[in-house]
Write a protein that binds this ligand. Structure first.
Ligand code: SF4
Ligand code: SF4
Length: 322
């Protein structure tokens, strides 16, 4: 970390948030694995078609029993491309059977794979909330981050979701989008960006959605490599730290969730998961040792990367259920 940057815990102390603690577990985030049909330049999971890590049956069953026994209100399914897990659909069905709401992260292009065409109808049947990533509303920026042809496929997928009712007013089916900048800069404020996305996607493609979440790129994994190649890592971290916002820190997603890795290890969030920073400070760090009380009030494991969640308006996309 560059010497000029205030340690994150000192920033928390400056607004009386140290030690940062969870305040319950409203969401169980489950990472089904690292396999993905894409290999995006900025991926913090370092996912791709050749990754083989996949959640096994025992961990999946434990997740389902926790949803039921601990009455955790929301399941947040992520990956890689979680839809590529062979048990994805039965997992979603069983989770909904526990009474939990289910939210699935989707990269959109996966819906253009032949065996995935039925997914929007499946999600509709089970009233699953879709949180889809779309780096930008224009082809140029999206393809620069995700690869040639991704924008076109993403628009086709969004149209398919709209035809199924997702993102359409009055349907009760939620389609939220996640946008993140194409380079080493902070995202524009969320509300005007949402208005711009809505207007541009409607006008140019006839596409509708419910809400947009603006996320900073986390200075970890592939995006960190990108920053290092551009010799911009320290300046980016300084920019994030300079935009530290106590209100955003108070609402970071780790305070209300636990993130389960494909192998059953527990993390405060997906970012810590990718950094290998397991739950700590006395709370159990594997799903087999789950202790609701200890986890619900645990101290969060923090680091300089946490400035990515607390800069500006904040970037903790817990995929709020609205
Ligand atoms: S950013 Fe998303 S779509 Fe891209 S490789 Fe990573 S998991 Fe896959
Ligand atoms: S990176 Fe994770 S642990 Fe750090 S503030 Fe964000 S959500 Fe919390």
């Amino acid at each position: 970390m560059p010497a000029a940057i205030t340690p994150f815990d000192d920033a928390l102390k400056s607004c009386n948030l140290y030690p940062l603690r969870a305040e319950g577990i409203a969401t169980l985030q489950v990472n089904l694995g690292k396999k993905c049909n894409q290999a995006c330049h900025h991926c913090h999971v370092e996912a791709g078609p050749n990754r083989t890590e996949m959640m096994g049956d025992a961990v999946m069953e434990r997740c389902l029993s926790l949803l039921k026994e601990e009455r955790i209100p929301v399941l947040d399914i992520t990956g890689g491309a979680p839809e590529m897990h062979p048990r994805y659909r039965t997992f979603v069905e069983s989770a909904r059977g526990t009474g939990a709401a289910a939210m699935t992260r989707c990269n959109l292009t996966i819906l253009r794979e032949p065996e995935m065409h039925g997914l929007p109808a499946f999600w509709k049947t089970h009233n699953v909330i879709v949180v889809a990533s779309l780096p930008y509303f224009r082809r140029e920026e999206t393809d620069a981050v995700r690869g040639k042809g991704v924008f076109e496929k993403s628009i086709e997928a969004l149209k398919h979701l709209n035809e199924t009712g997702y993102g359409i007013e009055g349907s009760g089916l939620t389609l939220n989008l996640v946008y993140n900048p194409a380079g080493a800069f902070l995202p524009a404020p969320q509300e005007p960006m949402e208005r711009q996305f809505r207007a541009e996607l409607k006008r140019n493609h006839g596409v509708a959605f419910n809400h947009l979440f603006a996320m900073s790129n986390m200075p970890i994994a592939r995006f960190k490599d990108y920053l290092n190649r551009k010799n911009a890592h320290d300046s980016y971290l300084l920019r994030l730290a300079g935009a530290f916002n106590p209100a955003a820190a108070e609402n970071v997603m780790c305070r209300s969730m636990v993130s389960v890795g494909w192998d059953g290890f527990l993390f405060d969030c997906d970012f810590n998961q990718m950094l290998g920073l397991r739950v700590n400070h006395g709370a159990p760090f594997h799903i087999n040792d789950w202790n609701q009380r200890a986890l619900a009030g645990r101290q969060i494991v923090t680091g300089a990367h946490c400035y990515g969640c607390t800069a500006g308006q904040g970037s903790s996309c817990g995929g709020e259920i609205s």
